[in-house]
Ligand binder design. Sequence first.
Ligand code: GUN
Length: 292
Amino acid sequence: MTLIDGKAIAAQIKSEIAEEVKQILKSGGKRPHLAAVLVGHDGGSETYVAGKIRMCEELGFKSTLIRYEENVTEKELLEKIVALNNTPDIDGFIVQLPLPKHISEYKIIETIDYRKDVDGFHPVNVGRMTIGLPCFVSATPAGIIELLRRYNIETSGKNCVVLGRSNIVGKPVATLLMQKNRPGDCTVTVCHSRTVNIEKYCREADIIIAALGSPGFLKGDMVKEGVVVIDVGTTRVPSPETKSGFKLKGDVAFEEVAPKCSYITPVPGGVGPMTIISLMNNTLLASKKVIY
Ligand code: GUN
């Protein structure tokens, strides 16, 4: 069994990006600039956005954080997005989700200029990804594909089961793994909360991408010997042992499943670190104008 070290791969990509930024600046090019819009004070969102801003600093990117209180109107937010679209120095920006209930996430995402949509959530980017055109691919699916690539894991012709059908992970990762590409060329099955006999699909899978947000869902008796397991779950469960008062729990019962795997990602330290670095890579691509 090989433990997929997302932390190490992310660190490697981080130094590759930092080096490229140095070269760009040396030759008189533009410093990549990411803006992040954060509404309200949700603990998870605060942590994620702070991590993104910190990573920008570490890579030599410029960053701008724009904060709004929970009661900001949809109109005000939409106006800000139009302003960001029209600010040439900003290469890409994100609006951290979830948003308060009175704001339509769909309207917000559609208003972002797809050429600055480094989250890859805009329908143009999703559509272009689906038909295999250059686009911004959302960070978690891009990070998963990069892990498979860098570990040289064979995907062609494999049975891949994706657990979960979210717009952010399940659907895009299923799309990417079915593409005529490397990694890709899988026979993909997407299972979800209404799937009948989910165990049967899992037991036949060569590769399982678990993105349900259900801690410990995938048990040892649900997988076959030699399976590749990518655990995308990051549920916060209370823990008196940690300083923050919680710890992250994946969708996989790691102790039971790992001994049967050829490769498996841990939580934390698997997919998580790849997500933020993939966003940074998209920002670099946006600043280089190589996609649009
Ligand atoms: N909320 C959870 N994940 C993400 C993400 O990747 N991007 C944004 N904008 N919000 C999120």
